[in-house]
Design a protein around this ligand. Structure first.
Ligand SMILES: O=C(O)C(=O)C[C@]1(C(=O)O)C=C[C@@H](O)C=C1
Length: 313
């Protein structure tokens, strides 16, 4: 794929934190970028071949998993995560010129952004009503419409400073100054990104039913092979009450022997386990590998078993 022919979808409109994440991808600034109004649409355009890859949010350091993304990549035709990006998150409160904080009755933003600004809102505009928005940027741009059903929006500083019709009323209103959102670049299944030594593997594991201790067995597949988990969360499958899958990020690449062995174990316990990709960690932190779970240890163990099986009388 030459850079100019690549098409990326992302959670739009222009000016979202998701677009900032996409612009971290080499060549994305010159590629075709298609904003989508929700995560599902961005991913479906990859599934049906309209786009080569989609950038979507998956996890925020304050608010946790982005359920729209976790559910969409767990279902439907398979997709693969090929890259991750981290974006520091800071929020501003914006309104049309002339509107003061004391005038604000209704605020719109993305649900995750709203959840990250609770303390400031409770302290400064406690009785305000929340109007859900499809993204922070969509909420801010909506203020420019004559019939906007809200008087203020919470969004990224960049979009606020670039729009002449928007006035910043308060800066740094997030509850946590260190907040970071993690985004994933998702493509159709293909060759895995190469192992870098600082990688992450993502899987979706449906919890087998009528199987006492299944969660413990799933976790054991990682623990006994010395594979550290950096995220695990459960989501309802939507089929019926009590039916769940686990979305898991593990340190390492599928080509690391300990990770490959853990994946095989997961498949035995839950055959519908979905592999979502192995890709380089954005923070470049290498996994700590104990000597007995290194590739060399697995190789020598397999060679030992082979020697037993092949031994002649
Ligand atoms: O609305 C945006 O700007 C987004 O990119 C979405 C999103 C999210 O889903 O978490 C991204 C980062 C912030 O945490 C708030 C909203």
């Amino acid at each position: 794929m030459s850079v100019s022919t690549v098409t990326y979808t992302f959670l739009g409109p222009e000016g979202t934190f998701t677009e900032a994440a996409l612009l971290q991808v080499p060549g994305a600034a010159d590629a075709k970028r298609v904003p989508c109004s929700n995560v599902n649409t961005a991913l479906d355009k990859v599934r049906n071949g309209e786009a080569d890859a989609a950038m979507v949010p998956i996890e925020n350091s304050v608010e946790g998993g982005v359920t729209a993304t976790l559910d969409s990549i767990a279902n439907g035709p398979e997709l693969r995560i090929i890259r991750e990006a981290l974006v520091p998150i800071t929020f501003v409160l914006v309104a049309r010129p002339g509107v003061e904080i004391s005038d604000i009755r209704r605020i719109s933003t993305h649900g995750h952004a709203w959840a990250q600004c609770r303390i400031w809102i409770d302290a400064n505009i406690p009785d305000v009503e929340y109007v859900p928005g499809s993204s922070t940027a969509a909420a801010a741009m909506g203020l420019l419409e004559d019939d906007a059903p809200y008087d203020a929006a919470i969004c990224a500083p960049l979009i606020a400073s670039e729009q002449p019709g928007l006035n910043i009323l308060a800066e740094n209103i997030g509850d946590n100054a260190e907040a970071v959102t993690r985004f994933i670049l998702v493509s159709r299944p293909g060759a895995l990104p190469e192992r870098t030594g600082a990688d992450k593997t993502t899987v979706v594991v449906p919890l087998p039913e009528d199987h006492p201790g299944a969660l413990m067995e799933i976790l054991d597949q990682f623990a006994t092979r010395g594979v550290n988990l950096s995220r695990i969360e459960s989501r309802p499958t939507g089929l019926y009450l009590g039916h769940y899958f686990f979305s898991i990020d593990a340190d390492g690449h599928a080509s690391d022997a300990r990770v490959a062995d853990a994946l095989a174990g997961l498949h035995r316990i839950s055959p519908a386990t979905r592999f979502l990709g192995s890709y380089a960690r954005a923070d470049k932190q290498s996994a700590v590998v104990a000597p007995h779970t290194s590739d060399a240890a697995f190789k020598s163990a397999h060679a030992w078993v082979d020697s037993i099986l092949n031994s002649q009388p």
